[in-house]
Structures are given as structure tokens and as C-alpha cells.
Design a protein around this ligand. Structure first.
Ligand code: PGA
Length: 235
């Protein structure tokens, strides 16, 4: 059985004062699911007990002359158990390719982290009827040999739904997640991401192959994030 996972991606948001929100999430996190917050790296070591913490990216190398970068080993040393790889914002902002994402995912594993590997199509790709081809191509290029439920979570995040308030419809999500289930087997957790909020979470979690969510904007406060986690626990 796939684990149910409510994961929050704070992106480049969060100062030390935001740790109050993380503490509120930790104390309110429901039983029966895994709750993960991925804050900026500056806050990782200060994250509270009671929830899992993740990085948002890792460099393929263990260490070295890579100014501004961070390794999976460093994230783990700061308390992370998870790391997002292949987020579309990094693919866009930093030109990360599927091959880069594969190397980062392998690095996450080497550092003892569970990778939350993100894939997603653009609106143009969806409108051209290429969604499943694009997603399977991304997986072929970025999912390393040896991926399994113990080291990898897949997050389907349509690029057009991220931060836009446009959530994919349950039919659109079901079509993709059913195809992903066929590709990765019965036990790997499959998350949906893209404008997940308390108001739309339950209908997404009711889908048979949706095992949780990767949440951006609505993960920044406990008041927004906990109802999503609770909807998952109740699903
Ligand atoms: P959003 O971001 O929930 O703000 O749309 C999701 C993500 O990028 O992981």
C-alpha cells in the first residue's frame, strides 16, 4: 500500500519567525499519514520534531567547489529525510534537465533521503494532447534504476496549475495518476500538486491513485495546511 503523504513546499519563503507555523503543523499533524515540510535550507536545522523535513533541491555531488549549492548529505545533516527533485520552477529557473533531475535523485538516495520527484506538463503540451507522453518521457529521463516506494515519491504537478489557483480537475488528475500507477507499481506514493487548498483537497484525495499532495502556497500557514493534512488522513 502506498503511504499517504501531505508535503508542503515553502519555496523561497520563510524566516525564523515562520517556525511558529512549522511548530503548529507539527503539533496538529494527524495520525496515519506522513506530514513533510520543505522549508528553505536556512530553516531546516530548526524544524520541530513531530514532522518530517525536506530540502527543495540537492546538487549531485557530495561536496566541492559549487558556490551557492547544497548537497543531499548537508540536507540530511541538517535534519532532512526528504528532498524535492525536478520541481518545474527549478527546471525553468535553472534549466534543469531530466538528466540533471536523475542525478539529483540518485544524490538524494546516496544521502539517505527520500526523493519527491516532480513531473508536469505545460498548458501548451496539454492542449496539444501530449500530457501522458510528456510525463512518461520525463519519468523515463529522470527516474533512476532502483526507484521504489522506500526511496521515491512521485509528484504530478501540472505547470499550469502551480501557483495559479487553477487546480486540475479530478478527471484530469485521475487519468494521469492511473497511468503513473501502471508505470511505477502498486506501492509508490503518487502526490498531486498545483493549487491544492482545503476546499479542493478532499475530492482529489478521493481518487484511487492519489496518495497525497505537494502543496505550495497553502503550506505556508498551519491554518491552511492542517485542513489539507486532515482531509488526507480522513480519505
Ligand atoms: P501551489 O504550488 O500549491 O502554490 O500551486 C505547488 C508546488 O509548486 O509544489
Amino acid at each position: 500500500m502506498p503511504q499517504k503523504i501531505a508535503a508542503g513546499n515553502w519555496k523561497m519563503n520563510g524566516m525564523r519567525a515562520s517556525l511558529d507555523e512549522a511548530r503548529a503543523v507539527a503539533s496538529g499533524a494527524p495520525d496515519g499519514i506522513t506530514t513533510v515540510l520543505c522549508p528553505p535550507a536556512t530553516l531546516l536545522a530548526a524544524m520541530p520534531e513531530g514532522l518530517a523535513a525536506g530540502g527543495q533541491y540537492c546538487h549531485p555531488a557530495v561536496k566541492g567547489a559549487h558556490t551557492g549549492d547544497i548537497s543531499a548529505e548537508m540536507l540530511a545533516d541538517a535534519g532532512a529525510s526528504h528532498c524535492i527533485t525536478g520541481h518545474s520552477e527549478r527546471r525553468a529557473d535553472h534549466g534543469e534537465t531530466d538528466a540533471d533531475v536523475r542525478a539529483q535523485t540518485e544524490a538524494a538516495w546516496r544521502g539517505g533521503l527520500i526523493a519527491i520527484l516532480c513531473i508536469g506538463e505545460t498548458l501548451a503540451e496539454r492542449e496539444a494532447g501530449r500530457t501522458l507522453d510528456v510525463l512518461m518521457g520525463q519519468l523515463d529521463g529522470s527516474l533512476p534504476e532502483g526507484a521504489g516506494p522506500a526511496n521515491t515519491i512521485i509528484a504530478y504537478e501540472p505547470v499550469w496549475a502551480i501557483g495559479t489557483g487553477k487546480v486540475a480537475t479530478p478527471d484530469q488528475v485521475a487519468e494521469v495518476h492511473d497511468a503513473l500507477r501502471g508505470r511505477v507499481g502498486p506501492d509508490m506514493s503518487l502526490l498531486y500538486g498545483g493549487s491544492v487548498k482545503a476546499g479542493n483537497a478532499a475530492e482529489l484525495f478521493a481518487l484511487v491513485n492519489v496518495d497525497g499532495a505537494l502543496v505550495g502556497g497553502a503550506s505556508l500557514t498551519a491554518a491552511d495546511f492542517l485542513p489539507i493534512a486532515e482531509a488526507l488522513a480522513a480519505s
